[in-house]
Design a protein around this ligand. Structure first.
Ligand code: MG
Length: 231
C-alpha cells in the first residue's frame, strides 16, 4: 500500500505463472500484530476494486512509442492517426515492436505521468476504492514500474503485470483503460468500464472521456447511485 509513507513494513506476496508470464505482487500493510493484520485484511477484502491501466491512462506512452518506432521506420504516422490498436504491424516486426515496448517499460521512471494522474488516484483512494494498477508488461519491468509509481506519489494498493489483466475482472467494480479489447471485455462481463478517448478506441460502445477528472466524476456518480439504491 503506497498511500501512506508511515505504513511499514509491508508483506510481499508474488505469484508467478510461467504459462503466461503473469506476475502479481500484493502489498499488505502490517501494523505490528496479527490481530490488526486480520482486521486490515477484512477491511481490504470489503473494499471495491478498481483496475487502473498505466500506458495511455496514467501517462502519454504513445508519444514515446512513436519516437522510438520512428528510429526503425521513419514512415510511422503520429499517434493521432493510430486508429487501429495493432497499427504497428505495418511498420515493424513483432520482435522489434515488443523490444521497444519492454525498453520503455524498463525506463518507466524517466517519464512523467499525466498532470492529473496523482489526483485521480488519490481521489479514488479517498472514496475508499482498492486500486489495482494493472498493465500488460513483461517480466523484469515490475521494479521500474513500482519505482515510477512511488516516485510520482501515485497511490496504489496492488500492482498486477501480466499478459491478461481480464483475470482480475471477476471481483472488480470498475476498470479504467484505453484498450478497446479491455473495455469491450468489461462490457461483456458487466464490469463498469471507462477510458480516455484516443484514436484507437473511439469506435467502441464503452464510456470514453477527455480527462481523468471526468472519469473520476463518472465513477463517483455511479458509486453514489449504487450506494443510494442499496441503502
Ligand atoms: Mg493502456
Amino acid at each position: 500500500m503506497s498511500d501512506t509513507g508511515s505504513v511499514m513494513p509491508f508483506f510481499l506476496s508474488e505469484v508467478d505463472n510461467n504459462a503466461d508470464f503473469c506476475h502479481r505482487i500484493l502489498f499488505i500493510s502490517i501494523y505490528g500484530s496479527s490481530c490488526n493484520l486480520f482486521l486490515f485484511l477484512c477491511y481490504t477484502v470489503s473494499m471495491k476494486k478498481v483496475i487502473v491501466d498505466i500506458d495511455n491512462t496514467l501517462w502519454d506512452f504513445a508519444s514515446v512509442l512513436w519516437e522510438r518506432m520512428r528510429k526503425i521506420n521513419p514512415g510511422v504516422p503520429a499517434p493521432e492517426e493510430w486508429t487501429l490498436f495493432d497499427f504497428w504491424r505495418q511498420y515493424c516486426s513483432p520482435r522489434e515492436f515488443y523490444t521497444i515496448i519492454k525498453g520503455i517499460h524498463c525506463e518507466q521512471d524517466r517519464f512523467n505521468p499525466y498532470s492529473d494522474a496523482k489526483e485521480f488516484l488519490a481521489s479514488l483512494s479517498r472514496l475508499g476504492f482498492y486500486i489495482i494498477i494493472a498493465s500488460h508488461r513483461e517480466k523484469g519491468t515490475l521494479e521500474p514500474t513500482i519505482k515510477w509509481l512511488e516516485k510520482n506519489d501515485l497511490i496504489f494498493h496492488e500492482v498486477h503485470l501480466s499478459h491478461d489483466k481480464t483475470v482480475l475482472f471477476n471481483d472488480c467494480w470498475a476498470v479504467v483503460d484505453d484498450s478497446p479489447f479491455i473495455l469491450d471485455k468489461a462490457l461483456e462481463l458487466q464490469v463498469l468500464g471507462a477510458g480516455l478517448r484516443v484514436p484507437w478506441n473511439k469506435n467502441g460502445k464503452y464510456m470514453l472521456f477527455d480527462s481523468l477528472a471526468e472519469i473520476y466524476n463518472f465513477l463517483n456518480d455511479k458509486e453514489r447511485a449504487i450506494s443510494t439504491l442499496t441503502s
